[in-house]
Structures are given as structure tokens and as C-alpha cells.
Write a protein that binds this ligand. Structure first.
Ligand code: 13P
Ligand code: SF4
Length: 350
């Protein structure tokens, strides 16, 4: 039968191992079914850096993920993003002019004197911010290794400036034993970032957030605790601290996949992350009662679909001159790669 799925399967056969399709856990079910590898941001970055045979990497996810693959890949490899318009609003919350202003303002304050600072940048950021991080001796992290990267940064600096997710930064700091007084928020919209004093501060949190994970509230959690007292709650660390601190389990998308698959049969679990993943977890774990804490869709992840994937694969096969690989000029790629490779090194993978 001629369906888009069979056409894509045939294209994959024709293109062979030289073409690798990577898909993030938040992708639509159809994409997940056809991708060669599915994973969280860290797993996919690792897959891109390790792909030996592939000349073409087709990244089904959002732009910062495709960019990260383009930063890590060899010069003879090309990364294609089936929907270049699929960005990430959180990444947009840290534009470079504001980042440069923050760094300059902080490092020239009187109460910074004699101290040092390292940037730790969440994968969910634009490539120029990763390059900035590499140039300033920092490291990129994902939700699965934020603590390890902060530990590394504190071993060489007094202060960490964490971009761009305030919540992942705070949740990680808290889990590592930091007190509230040791963390302050940098507000890019306020003069001097709204920081009155740096005394006693170890972690500066950029005031960015993920709109998809902000939809999960303390009210949702309290409601579940009251009406379903035996149920588990598992959430992504991009949720607010009040949600994370009351959850039974917190971790990256890959962590959530593993955690849920290992729960005892018949457990009811409410999951606080993107809805395409929650729905898939329900289908793949019929022995568990998987529910959404709230149905929250990532609209930019959703922009990638089978039609766009098929078009990309056809263009690769035809050698279409109009097909653009994810651009990554060397002045961005080289310093950004330092920060990404530092992350891989900390995981013992480089
Ligand atoms: P993971 O790194 O957990 O896959 O998360 C990526 C993401 O975009 C979450 O919003
Ligand atoms: Fe960005 Fe949030 Fe979507 Fe992840 S879920 S890609 S952080 S908007």
C-alpha cells in the first residue's frame, strides 16, 4: 500500500546507512516510529557525535538540537532539519546582546572583584550562546547532567551563571544542597539584572523558562495528591521548584521513559512533560496507568511532521541544490564545540 510511512521506509532503504534519522522523545508518534534513534537531548547529541557511517543526519526535533548535531559533526557530514522554523521559545529568551551585557555588568561590579565565574549553558540555547560559553571556559549541559556540569564549574570558579532556564538551574542547585540565599535570578529586562548584591551568591539564574513546562502547577500536584493518594507523580526538571519538590521522580525525557517502564504493574502515574511523550508512554506501557498531569503540547516540536521528513529525504536522494544544511560557521562551531565536548568528557564519552 502506498502510504507516507511506506514511502519513507523505502526512501530509508534507498539512502542506506549514510542517512541517519534522529528523533527527540517529544516528536509525533509517526516520526518516532520511523527514526533510527530516539532519545533525550543528551542521547541524541551523543548519537550525532558518534555517527561514523552517516553523511546526512536528519534531525527531527527543534532547531537547537539540530544545531548541536551540526556543531558536533565532522566536516564531511551534513545536518538537515525538516522544519527550520521549529525553534524553542526558551532558547529565544537569551539573546546575545543581553548575554554580553550581563557578563560585562557582572564581572565589572565592585562586589565581583577577586572572584571568578563560569557559564553553564543548557542545551536548549542558540548556537552563539554555546559559542560564548566555550569562549568563556564554560560547559553545555542537558537535563540529564546539569549537576555534574555545575560541580565541574564550581571546582574552577566561585560563581556559575546558568543559561537560560531558571527552573532547571534552581532545581539542580537545590538538589545539590544550595540554600535559597546562594542563588539569585538575573532579569535581562532589569537594570543590573535586578541583582542588588553578589555577597554569598554561588549560582546566578538567567530568567528564562519553558512555556510548555510552566503549565504544570502546584494546584495540579495538590489535586492529584488529594484525589489519587496512591498515584506517583513524575516530572521534567524544567517545571517550577514547587512542582518538582513535590514530585516522586524528576528527570530528563529519557529518565522518564525508563522510570515509567520499571514501575510495578497497575501503578497509576501522572506525568508532567510534553503530551506527545506522555501519550506514547501510555501506549507503550499498557501495564501502567499513565496519565498527563496536564495536556501540554510543545507547538514547535509539533511543526515537524511526516510530510516534511519525506520531502527532506527526497531532496537528499535527488541531491537537491535548494536543500539547505543547518548552517554552522567555524567561528561559532569551534568555540561551541569546546563547550559541548566538555559535557561529553564529563560523562566519560569523549
Ligand atoms: P530532554 O533533554 O530531557 O530531552 O529535554 C529537552 C527539552 O526540550 C525539554 O523541554
Ligand atoms: Fe523548548 Fe519547552 Fe519545547 Fe523543550 S518543550 S523545545 S524547552 S519550548
Amino acid at each position: 500500500m502506498d502510504t507516507i510511512e511506506t514511502r519513507i521506509l523505502n526512501l530509508k532503504k534507498e539512502l542506506g546507512p549514510q542517512t541517519l534519522i534522529l528523533g527527540h522523545h517529544y516528536q509525533r508518534a509517526g516520526i518516532v516510529k520511523l527514526a533510527d534513534r530516539i532519545g533525550d537531548s543528551f542521547g541524541l547529541a551523543k548519537a550525532a557525535s558518534e555517527s561514523r557511517e552517516a553523511k546526512n543526519i536528519v534531525f527531527c526535533g527543534v532547531r537547537f538540537m539540530a544545531e548541536s548535531a551540526a556543531i558536533l559533526c565532522r566536516d564531511d557530514q551534513r545536518v538537515y532539519h525538516p522544519e527550520p522554523e521549529a525553534g524553542c521559545p526558551m532558547a529565544d529568551m537569551a539573546p546575545m546582546d543581553s548575554v554580553e551585557y550581563a557578563w560585562k555588568t557582572l564581572t565589572s561590579r565592585a562586589d565581583f572583584a577577586g572572584r571568578s565565574m563560569s557559564p553553564v549553558t543548557y542545551m536548549n540555547s542558540h548556537a552563539p550562546l554555546k559559542a560564548f560559553t566555550g569562549r568563556h571556559g564554560g560547559v553545555v549541559c542537558t537535563s540529564s547532567n546539569a549537576a555534574k556540569t555545575m560541580e565541574w564549574a564550581w571546582a574552577k570558579s566561585d560563581l556559575v551563571l546558568f543559561f537560560p532556564d531558571e527552573h532547571l538551574g534552581r532545581n539542580t542547585g537545590k538538589a545539590m544542597g544550595l540554600k535559597d540565599s546562594e542563588m539569585k535570578i538575573w532579569y535581562p529586562s532589569k537594570p543590573d539584572g535586578g541583582i542588588d548584591s553578589l555577597n554569598g551568591v554561588r549560582l546566578l539564574l538567567w530568567n528564562g523558562h519553558c512555556p510548555v513546562h510552566m503549565k504544570f502547577t502546584l494546584r495540579d500536584v495538590n489535586f492529584i495528591r488529594e484525589h489519587f493518594p496512591n498515584a506517583k507523580i513524575a516530572v521534567h526538571p524544567e517545571c517550577t521548584e514547587e512542582v518538582v519538590s513535590r514530585a516522586d521522580a524528576v528527570g530528563s525525557t529519557e529518565f522518564l521513559v525508563n522510570y515509567i517502564s520499571k514501575l510495578p504493574a497497575k501503578t497509576q502515574v501522572f506525568v508532567g512533560t510534553e503530551i506527545n511523550l506522555v501519550d506514547r508512554l501510555r501506549r507503550e506501557n499498557p501495564q501502567i496507568r499513565v496519565e498527563a498531569l496536564f495536556r501540554s503540547l510543545c507547538p514547535t516540536m509539533y511543526k515537524v511532521n511526516l510530510q516534511k521528513l519525506e520531502r527532506t529525504l527526497i531532496s537528499i536522494r535527488e541531491g537537491d541544490q535548494n536543500l539547505e544544511a543547518v548552517p554552522m560557521p567555524p567561528e561559532i562551531k569551534n568555540p561551541a564545540r569546546l563547550a559541548l565536548e566538555q559535557m561529553l568528557k564529563l560523562q566519560g564519552m569523549n
